[in-house]
Design a binder for this molecule. Structure first.
Ligand code: NAI
Length: 275
């Protein structure tokens, strides 16, 4: 098992009660870190805390909505007094919606940006206060490959994830002088409740196989592992990095032709690709 050197450090995780955030919480605890789980879902917080405490680390849950500025400020302080100086923040809380661009309602557009951008901003601003004071900290935000390019049917989500990349870079520029590193990971397709709720099985199967060099979805532990590395001292010279964790999907223009792409069908018939 990889040792990230996070033993006895305090890591706060938004969206820590499900999917990628939960995997990150478990990975941090397995490494010996004390974990604060911030999420709107109290039931899932409780389940995750049980799993975390079984690893003999301190773990506390905080039911909050990442859009709530006042609550975020209070929770950031509460985590410090409950668990100790917060070393790391992993911002994973996020939502997704789908609609054709010409039909996206303003309310839906704002709802996605509210959680995915405002939430990441507020968590970073509030948790960074003490990190800046101490001159030490690491923040990892969760973007998406949808923060690296467009994606039909996901205008609001794509806009929000591009904003996460911009926010991450700006924070890295401003807070490097305080010893606070800020990076983002951009996952591809990850098998979580969020993905299952937003994409039909057939689409997942076809698109993922068609476009991913590794030919499969990620499981959330594979995303959490990269987040742990970025939080750890192994990444002590990384800040402002936007790191795809996508099975190679954004490396170029691979298509195996399953999506009905004409050019790739031609290449298939020439034996350049195999089915
Ligand atoms: P998930 O739905 O399994 O977990 C998200 C967690 O965030 C849930 O526990 C939910 O209760 C919490 N949450 C949602 N809104 C919240 C709010 N307003 N305040 C506090 N907590 C809130 O989803 P998953 O897949 O683990 O997603 C985590 C992050 O990864 C998101 O930012 C998502 O956009 C991103 N991502 C996911 C990908 C995937 O394929 N699953 C791909 C690329 C990025």
């Amino acid at each position: 098992m990889v040792n990230y050197g996070l033993k006895d450090r305090v890591i706060a995780i938004t969206g820590g009660a499900s999917g990628i955030g939960r995997s990150a919480a478990l990975a941090a605890a397995t490494d010996g870190a004390h974990v604060a789980v911030l999420d709107v879902n109290q039931d899932n917080i409780d389940k995750t805390l049980t799993e975390l405490r079984a690893k003999n680390v301190k773990a506390e849950g905080y039911a909050l909505d990442v859009r709530d500025e006042v609550a975020m400020g209070k929770v950031a302080k509460a985590v410090e007094s409950d668990l100790g100086p917060v070393y790391g923040l992993f911002s994973s809380a996020g939502i997704s919606r789908t609609a054709p661009a010409e039909k996206v309602a303003l309310a839906d557009f704002e709802a996605v940006l509210d959680v995915n951008v405002n939430g990441v901003f507020l968590a970073a601003r509030e948790f960074a206060q003490a990190m800046i004071q101490r001159g030490r900290g690491a923040i990892v935000n969760v973007g998406s490959i949808d923060g690296l390019g467009g994606h039909p049917g996901r205008l609001h989500y794509v806009s929000s994830k591009h904003a996460v990349a911009g926010l991450t870079k700006s924070l890295a520029l401003e807070w490097g002088r305080y010893g606070v590193r800020v990076n983002a990971i951009m996952p591809g397709f990850v098998d979580t409740p969020l993905l299952r709720a937003n994409m039909p099985e057939k689409y997942i199967e076809r698109v993922v196989f068609d476009r991913t060099p590794l030919g499969r979805m990620a499981n959330s532990d594979e995303i959490a592992a990269v987040a742990m590395m970025l939080l750890s001292d192994s990444a002590s010279y990384m800040s402002g990095a936007i790191v795809p964790v996508d099975g190679g999907m954004t490396a170029g223009f691979l298509t195996r032709g399953q999506g009905g792409d004409y050019a790739s069908k031609n290449l298939l018939s020439q034996g350049v690709y195999s089915e």
